[in-house]
Design a protein around this ligand. Sequence first.
Ligand code: 1HE
Length: 270
Amino acid sequence: MGPRTMSSNAFAAQLPGSLAAERRGTVAVLKLNRPQKRNALDDETIIGIEQFFTSLPDGIGAVLLAGEGEHFCAGLDLSELNERDVAQGIEHSGLWHRAFEKIQFGKVPVVAVLQGAVVGGGLELAAATHIRVAERSAYYALPEGTRGIYIGGGGSVRLPPLIGVARIMDMMLTGRTYSAEEGQAIGLTTYLVEPGKGFAKGLELAQRIAGNARLTNFAIMHALPRIAAMDPASGYAVEALMSAIAQADPDAKARVKAFLEKRAPKVTRN
Ligand code: 1HE
């Protein structure tokens, strides 16, 4: 096996013990693996997340991100907080920004499986992924207000398009939490599933995503959110370019031909 098609062991070897990785065909699975601390994110884990997303082997078409134990993630490891001054705090936030940027604008789409606490930096992490599958036990909170701190993992940028500034203010000011079910109504939960069913559902979705044309997945991840943030005239121009590039790809031609020759599945109701 060449260096660019690493085995799942080689893939995991670069990671700290707080993370575990495995390969399931075209899907790479990354697990937060510190359940004894409710998967709280210390510096080592954040650096490991960045490493994982920047060194995905070829042949991986999607990532499934999950958390070991009862809780997806308790956010920032609060035990590391007391040692930082202002300058170190800015640097620390930048570390999170860089790592989560690699998730949102990385090589492949990312599906998150959520259960239990999805709080603070854990919610910021989930917001950097593209699809969120929440088991009924999941709940979302931003307890920064009660801890006397402020979100630093990109939540001020990524959460407003999902749930709006007013809801974020309420969550931070009052400590309000949203259940997985409520999260579906407001835009945090993409899929709501029964307890214990999240991983299987997430894997099924990730496998389906990995089967898409690469250029289409690129356009959805990298062009769509940027077009949405543009003025309409620029947006239409970039959309036209992106759409022309995608349809000119041989993969697109082959897929359309397969449909016209009745070799591809039709669109059906779920
Ligand atoms: C932690 C952390 C943590 C747990 N940092 N150690 N995040 C928070 O404010 C959430 C804080 N955590 C909790 O509210 C609860 O732990 C949970 C609701 C997530 C889970 O409750 P529970 O009863 O299952 O576990 P526990 O007994 O509270 O915690 C188990 C252990 O994990 C315990 O340590 P132990 O040594 O006594 O066993 C906890 O101290 C530890 N633990 N959460 C450190 N977060 C880039 S800025 C982002 C800003 C934020 O993320 S602020 C939000 C921080």
